[in-house]
Ligand binder design. Structure first.
Ligand SMILES: C[S@@+](CC[C@H](N)C(=O)[O-])C[C@H]1O[C@@H](n2cnc3c(N)ncnc32)[C@H](O)[C@@H]1O
Length: 312
C-alpha cells in the first residue's frame, strides 16, 4: 500500500532509468538508496492526508494483525516503545494506551506531514505518554539500550537498508527487549495490491523488482523476515501469519482507496499519459471486481507478524 514503489525501486523511477525501461534490463538499472528514500518521503508527504482520512478502513483491515503483534511482543504497562514509520498514528496510539501512564511511546516517521496527524490524534485522545519525532528508521537518534520494544507496521519493508535498520533497532533495545514487525506475505497472497501493481507494471513497461530491494513484498517470502531478524542478532524469533482481507463496500471503493492513498501506484504510473493512466485504473477496477460479492468487496491480503528478542 503505499507511497513506495511496490517492489520496483522508486529510485529507478525517478532517476530516469524507468523512462528507458522498455530497452533496459534489470541488471543495467542502478538502485540509488538515497534517491529512493527521498522519493518515498515525498510520496508520504503527499499521501499523508489520504492515509489519515482512510484511517478507519486501515484499522478495520490491520487491527487484528496489530493486536497479534502487541501480544507477541508482550507489550504491557510501563514499557518504553519506539515505533518506526508510525504514519498517521497507528499502531503507536494503541500502544500508548496499552503501556499506560508509566510507559512511553516515541512515534517516528521520515515524513513530517503524516506524523503531524499522529501528534494531533495523541493530543485529541489526551495521550501525554506519546511523543512524535521525525526520524529516519535507519538512523535512530536515541541512546543505546533505551527501549523495551521496537515496532513497525508495514514500515520496515520500505527501508532501503532493512538490515541496517534492524542493527540500529538492536542497538537501542535494552537486553531482553523485543523487535516486532508486520509485513505483507507474497504477491500471490495479496492480490488486492499485487494485481494493481502487475497491471501498472505491464502498461508502464517497468521491470520486475530486483532481489534485495525494498517494497511491499520484500520481506514476505517464507522465512525471509525470520532470517533478517536472526542475521541482525535477534533470538527466539517467532512469526504468525494473519489473514487480513481488505473489506470495503465495493471494488470501486477499493480502487478509490488505492488511488488516493497508495502513492506508489501513482509513482509507477507517472510515465504514462493521462488517458493511459485512466485505462490502467479501468483495468484494475475490472480485475478487482472478482473479489466483489453480495456482502461487498473482500480483497485477499495476508500479513506476517514477526518478533525477535535481544538476549541479555
Ligand atoms: C504504509 S505506511 C505505514 C504507516 C503506519 N505504520 C500504519 O501502519 O498505518 C509507511 C510509512 O513508512 C514511512 N517510512 C518510509 N520510509 C521510512 C524511513 N526510511 N524511515 C522512517 N519512516 C519511513 C512513511 O513515511 C510512511 O508513513
Amino acid at each position: 500500500m503505499m507511497p513506495v514503489s511496490p517492489g520496483n525501486s522508486i529510485a529507478q523511477l525517478v532517476s530516469g532509468a524507468a523512462r528507458e525501461a522498455k530497452e533496459a534490463t534489470v541488471a543495467t538499472i542502478a538502485f540509488d538508496p538515497a534517491v529512493y528514500k527521498e522519493t518515498t518521503r515525498e510520496q508520504w508527504q503527499q499521501a499523508a492526508d489520504a492515509w489519515h482520512r482512510w484511517g478507519p478502513t486501515i484499522e478495520a483491515w490491520l487491527g487484528e494483525s496489530t493486536q497479534v503483534m502487541l501480544d507477541l511482543a508482550e507489550i504491557g504497562p510501563g514499557n518504553w516503545v519506539l515505533d518506526l514509520a508510525t504514519g498517521a498514528g497507528e499502531p503507536a496510539l494503541t500502544i500508548a494506551e496499552r503501556v499506560g501512564s508509566t510507559g512511553h511511546v516515541l512515534a517516528t516517521d521520515i515524513a513530517p506531514n503524516i506524523l503531524a496527524f499522529a501528534a494531533q490524534a495523541a493530543a485529541d485522545r489526551g495521550l501525554t505518554n506519546l511523543e512524535t519525532r521525525v526520524m529516519d528508521g535507519e538512523r535512530l537518534e536515541v541512546p543505546d539500550e533505551s527501549f523495551d520494544v521496537v515496532t513497525s507496521r508495514v514500515g520496515l519493508i520500505y527501508f532501503p537498508d532493512q538490515q541496517g535498520a534492524l542493527a540500529e533497532t538492536r542497538r537501542v533495545l535494552k537486553p531482553g527487549g523485543r523487535v516486532a514487525a508486520i509485513v505483507y506475505t507474497t504477491p500471490e497472497r495479496n492480490p488486492f495490491f499485487s494485481i494493481p501493481v502487475g497491471i501498472i507494471r505491464r502498461r508502464a513497461n517497468l521491470p520486475p523488482p530486483a532481489p534485495g530491494q525494498p517494497g511491499p513484498f520484500s520481506l514476505g517470502a517464507e522465512g525471509v523476515l525470520s532470517a533478517a531478524f536472526e542475521r541482525a542478532g535477534f533470538q527466539e524469533v517467532r512469526t504468525a501469519i494473519v489473514p487480513s482481507p481488505l473489506r470495503l463496500a465495493s471494488a470501486a471503493e477499493c480502487v478509490r482507496f488505492e488511488r488516493e492513498s497508495f502513492g506508489a501506484l501513482h509513482q509507477m504510473l507517472s510515465g504514462l499519459a493521462e488517458p493511459e493512466r485512466e485505462a490502467a485504473w479501468d483495468e484494475i477496477a475490472r480485475e478487482l471486481a472478482q473479489f466483489e460479492g453480495p456482502d461487498g468487496f473482500a480483497g485477499p491480503c495476508e500479513m506476517i507478524v514477526g518478533v525477535g528478542t535481544k538476549q541479555g
